[in-house]
Ligand binder design. Structure first.
Ligand code: HEM
Length: 519
């Protein structure tokens, strides 16, 4: 009886697998692993996650690319994924055919999270209008120019003071870097900033971290597009936590927007802060932060706000925080880890800084002199690849690419980790070697294959700001301190270098010893 049942079950499983295999072969989807019907690669991923501490989803993407090539497909749950890898395919998809592939995920969960507003999660005319607006405001406020350079220098100075008080002690760099970086974004959005000790500020940073360090279990709910969001939230504590964090951040943003609205009269003369910026740096704008610029735009539009609603503003605020804080701060975090693990290379950065600028405050103009520091930063961004699978894209309609069908319901994962660890572009990719970004006579030589900000029209909106922050903070840290990782065991070192799973490849808890170079 049992053996008849087992036989029947085996036949049924085989039939379902054969059906899935034939269906896939006929679908003209890019090649890829078949997976279990209804679950795709989920069982494999969950098994590996549970049994191998070194396992990360982006490493699976690299395996898939190696086996199936630069255009592959697979399923997680019922969700189809297209994996695009390699420089030519990335450019073809996101530059040559940018207009076809600039959509974002359209799952239930995604719609619920982003409410089809904001910039990161939106599409079409709304996305274009608000991306353009945000870029204009960033430019008007002098991002890439002196005005914002001074903010970052201020914050860097604060961190130096904080680290001086920790001389000889072990510190977790995540504590001080994320606060400094969050303050830079806060100045842009609200033009105020918070004390590092402020408990609300610290709670706020904790919430942001929980949004980007999303683990796989939390993501599972997004892999079943038919699942009602309420069920997803009930099934997944991680998603519930994520949603609660967003609500918390949005409530705080709403309060801050109302505070500004109540004080800021769009017909008034610009505030002191703006006058100061204007007289100093010739910035021709009448608002002093993103919210004021937005309120002015609402005022200009009168009754018909179009897409410039309050909901859009609040969504954009939390997106700018999510996109702008964990990213820049973890980029800096990785650079300190690689500096600590490579003391001679760290000393080379310090020696270059001493030779070229000495103890004076670092500025963006110094970039052209600090070749080794720039090469070091590029190498650290390459090897750690902060957003390893970028942010998912989507084809805005069913389409064909390189002879394969791409469904508009498929999520397109951009294999940035694979690109940065591809022997075709970077020899010995697992080795930390800043020299690969230098000419033989020591001049900085950027590589077109390093694309930490993504590729094409939808690439990072905050790239200019992020590059400024990373350079100024890093050079200031290297100028004044040595960071040491003497106390790490081999196992700790391995875990620290693996970092987290999630949209952002973040650093895990770790301690570095801070030694002053100023004595
Ligand atoms: C080193 C730091 C950063 C890295 C590595 C980074 C990386 C990325 C990547 C890979 C994307 C996805 C691109 C794509 O979809 O193809 C992205 C998008 C985005 N980033 Fe960044 N980012 C950083 C810092 C920032 C900062 C400081 C801000 C703003 C304050 C910012 C705002 C955004 C926004 C709004 C998007 C969505 C753009 C869109 O959908 O049109 N990012 N970033």
């Amino acid at each position: 009886m049992l053996s008849t049942f087992s036989f029947g079950l085996a036949v049924a499983v085989l039939a379902v697998c054969a059906y899935a295999y034939i269906k896939r072969a006929l679908s003209k989807s890019p090649p890829g692993p078949v997976g279990v019907p209804g679950f795709g690669l989920l069982p494999l991923v969950m098994w590996r996650t549970a049994n191998d501490k070194r396992y990360r989803l982006f490493l699976l993407m690299q395996e898939i690319q190696k086996k199936f090539g630069d255009l592959a497909s697979f399923r997680l749950g019922t969700q189809e994924f297209i994996l695009v890898s390699g420089y030519p395919a990335l450019r073809e998809m996101f530059v040559t055919h940018a207009d076809k592939f600039n959509g974002r995920s359209n799952t239930n969960f995604h719609r619920f999270l982003f409410k089809e507003a904001g910039i990161v999660g939106s599409e079409g005319a709304l996305w274009q209008e608000h991306r353009r607006f945000a870029l204009r405001v960033l430019k008007d406020f002098g991002f890439g120019r002196n005005a914002s350079e001074e903010h970052i220098q201020d914050e860097a100075g604060q961190v130096v003071n904080f680290l001086r008080s920790k001389e000889g002690q072990l510190v977790d760099p995540r504590d001080f870097i994320s606060k400094a970086v969050a303050n830079v974004v806060t100045r842009f959005i609200f033009s105020n900033f918070s004390s590092y000790e402020d408990p609300e500020f610290n709670e706020f940073l904790g919430k942001l971290g929980s949004l980007t360090n999303q683990n796989l279990v939390g993501l599972i709910t997004a892999f079943y597009r038919f699942m009602p969001v309420e069920t997803a939230l009930a099934l997944s504590p991680a998603n519930k936590k994520q949603f609660d964090a967003i609500t918390w951040v949005e409530d705080l943003s709403k309060r801050k927007v109302e505070e500004i609205r109540s004080k800021y009269n769009v017909d008034d003369e610009p505030s002191n802060y703006v006058e100061e910026i204007r007289s100093k740096y010739n910035v021709d704008d009448e608002s002093s932060n993103y919210v004021e610029a937005y309120l002015q735009e609402q005022h200009r539009r009168g009754v018909d706000l179009g897409t410039f609603t309050d909901l859009q503003l609040v969504k954009t605020i939390w997106e700018l925080y999510i996109a702008g804080v964990d990213t820049s701060s973890n980029t800096l975090g990785w650079s300190l880890i690689y500096a600590a693990l490579n003391p001679e290379l760290q000393d080379r950065c310090h020696a270059e800084i001493m030779a070229k600028i000495g103890k004076r405050q670092a500025s963006l103009k110094d970039k052209k002199e600090l070749h080794y520091c720039q090469a070091f930063l590029d190498e650290s961004q390459r090897i750690s690849t902060l957003v390893p699978m970028s942010v998912d894209h989507r084809a805005t309609e069913d389409t064909e690419f390189r002879g394969y069908n791409i469904s508009s319901d498929a999520m397109i994962s951009v294999n940035l980790h694979g690109l940065h660890h591809d022997e075709r572009y970077f020899s010995k990719p697992d080795m930390f070697d800043p020299d690969r970004f230098l000419t033989p006579d020591g001049q900085y030589k950027p590589s077109e294959y390093l694309n930490q900000f993504g590729v094409g029209k939808r690439s990072c909106l905050g790239e200019v700001l992020a590059r400024m922050e990373v350079f100024l903070f890093f050079v200031t840290f290297m100028q004044h301190f040595r960071f040491e990782a003497d106390s790490w065991t081999a196992e700790q070192r391995e875990q620290i270098l693996l970092g987290t799973e999630g949209i952002v490849h973040a650093t895990i808890e770790h301690r570095l010893k801070v030694a002053s170079r100023d004595n």
